[in-house]
Design a protein around this ligand. Sequence first.
Ligand SMILES: Cc1cc2nc3c(=O)[nH]c(=O)nc-3n(C[C@H](O)[C@H](O)[C@H](O)COP(=O)(O)O)c2cc1C
Length: 191
Amino acid sequence: MSDSCFLQALGQRRSVPSLQLGEPAPDEATLLRMLSAAVRVPDHGKLVPFRFLRLQGEARHALGEYLARRSRERTPDASPAVVEKDRQRFSHAPLILTVIARLQDNPKVPEQEQLLTAGCVCFALLQAAQGFGFGAQWLTAWMAYDDGVARHLGLTGNERIVGFIHIGTPKLQVPERERPDPAGLLEDWRP
Ligand SMILES: Cc1cc2nc3c(=O)[nH]c(=O)nc-3n(C[C@H](O)[C@H](O)[C@H](O)COP(=O)(O)O)c2cc1C
């Protein structure tokens, strides 16, 4: 990829809402190439403070059934529409990669940096998915922060869900949305 293609890709990155993601998902070889891109993140101390948990096929629907139960447990007066939304959350995109931060005690690398590295992995996955012609969206919602969900997915005590990266083939071209004006965010520090 020439520099200009690379810069063009950076300038065109956008998410595709999970509801608009359908089959096919990346095949195994493509997925591994996407993961190779995603693991090339800045990583202080080379701790590799992340791992991936793949959700695909029937496992997505089984997780949806659990989420519906958990949703009712958390909010007994949740409306049927809310519970149904939770049941369906993982049923749209054909592939969801759960990016899990593995937090380690390290005198030089605080937890925040390890979480940031795992966040970079999420962003790199979005870029890689788009680069391979797929669409992707980084979602969290309550299920990323719920202890019951974490246990259900087999996380250990030092692990955190940083994002569910929904990946598939876009069903439509997503319109551009307004972006911040970078010049307005830039200041010079003056002593
Ligand atoms: C950590 C994180 C969590 C997010 N969780 C959600 C979410 O639960 N629901 C949602 O609609 N968007 C969520 N988003 C926003 C989408 O990933 C995405 O940024 C948004 O759809 C706008 O698209 P864009 O990436 O093209 O700007 C989240 C973003 C981040 C960084």
